[in-house]
Design a binder for this molecule. Structure first.
Ligand code: EPS
Length: 388
């Protein structure tokens, strides 16, 4: 059974919803851990006013009984507290009279889904597009990822993220060890492991804010204790690096994905890139990890390192030129309250997406309808590996 999930919900609608399928029965679910992940996603210097309104918490509606999964579909909701300000504008039933300020969007933002989405779905109120394109949807993904993390935790797998570049600070992305990433406090301003660099990043965000501008950056996700052998070299769609790339690229505003040192490696000699194989403590290892834990689309037991490159947020107070879709005349793009930057949040969302991909691979490889069965299959495999 694969780990599958679907989300629903508009940014200013009533709630976000998700359905998760494919978890075995008997998995202990700690709701505080899920809410903690939701809280982590809301952190980060440079977020907008909306984060003061929302205090994301999940409600589980099905699939979990007395703190353990049943093996049936799990359904969850997260309330949008902001909905009280949007009840008429976002009502699902027809309304007689629009409010005074109906918040209809006619001036698409460059870089946003507004215009292409409006043309595709033939809607002349671009709010119909932006409401679902909004990264608010990622709260539901992080909740699903928190379920995946709780499965992975049973196999000793941990997933964390940190920010290695914000705008142009520092010039080259930071290189940081697992221990240093683990030491970043959850209430850190930007989840950057280096305090001096983080101070510079904060100044850079202040500068962008002052100028009515926005910033992007690079986050890195690291997963530890992954068994050898998730993913497969045998077919294009089984290669784990390909699946990870799709999952990370699907995060709003992510425009490039890198595995290990993939970008830098392209410009080096083979001898400078490939990680030599050693045998130590009865185990195969790599002398270093420029491959980022994947070879041939298969995990090799090293740390999995994935980077997401996020473009600057496309809602700018200092609006760029656009066109009014009714008058067809040049106008400035619409401005709505928004974030200056959200790279830290994107890292937490990246953790969730990577955890989901890994949980799916673990379910594919070790199967089982219950946790007991899945663990037995895992233990047998690990035992067999020792003979190799
Ligand atoms: C977003 C715009 C802002 C962000 C939002 C994503 O929301 P609002 O328009 O309500 O101020 O805060 O992110 C979230 C609400 C969230 O939970 O991450 C956008 O246009 O993508």
């Amino acid at each position: 059974m694969n780990f599958k999930f679907t989300t629903a919900g508009e940014s200013h609608g009533k709630a976000l919803i998700a359905i998760i399928e494919g978890l075995p029965s008997g998995l202990k679910i700690e709701i505080e851990k899920i809410n903690h992940e939701l809280w982590r996603r809301q952190q980060g210097y440079g977020r907008g006013g909306r984060m003061k309104i929302e205090q994301d918490k999940i409600e589980i509606l099905s699939g979990v009984r007395h703190g353990k999964t049943l093996g049936s579909p799990i359904s969850i909701t997260i309330t949008n507290r902001d909905f009280v300000h949007w009840e008429k504008i976002m009502a699902s039933e027809e309304i007689e009279e629009l409010p005074k300020n109906p918040r209809i969007v006619k001036r698409p933002r460059p870089g946003h889904a507004d215009l292409a989405g409006g043309q595709k779905f033939q809607t002349r109120d671009l709010r119909n597009i932006l409401e679902r394109a909004s990264a608010r949807e990622t709260a539901a993904r992080v909740a699903c990822g928190a379920f995946a993390k709780q499965l992975l935790q049973n196999f000793g797998i941990e997933v964390l993220s940190h920010v290695i570049k914000l705008g142009n600070i520092p010039e080259s992305p930071l290189t940081v060890s697992w221990r240093e990433i683990k030491n970043i406090p959850d209430d850190s301003l930007l989840r950057c492991a280096d305090n001096d660099t983080q101070d510079e990043m904060v100044k850079h965000i202040d500068e962008a804010k002052e100028n009515g501008d926005t910033l992007g950056g690079i986050f890195e996700i690291v997963a530890k204790n992954i068994p050898v052998g998730l993913g497969s070299h045998t077919s294009w769609n089984e290669k784990l690096d390909g699946r990870i790339a799709q999952a990370i690229m699907s995060i709003q505003a992510v425009k490039a994905v890198e595995i290990g040192n993939g970008v830098e490696n392209a410009g080096l000699f083979g001898s400078e890139v490939h990680d030599e194989i050693i045998f130590e403590n009865n185990n195969y290892k790599r002398a270093r990890n420029k491959a980022g834990g994947l070879e041939g689309g298969i995990t090799n037991g090293e740390e999995l390192r994935v980077r997401g490159y996020k473009k600057p947020i496309s809602t700018l107070r200092k609006a760029l030129k656009s066109v009014d879709i009714d008058t067809k005349k040049e106008d400035l793009a619409a401005f709505e309250r928004s974030d200056i930057t959200a790279v830290t949040a994107a890292g937490v969302i990246g953790e969730a997406m990577l955890a989901i991909i890994l949980a799916n691979s673990m379910r594919e490889k070790f199967g089982g309808d219950s946790m007991v069965e899945m663990k037995r299959n895992y233990d047998n495999y690990i035992e067999n590996l020792k003979e190799f």
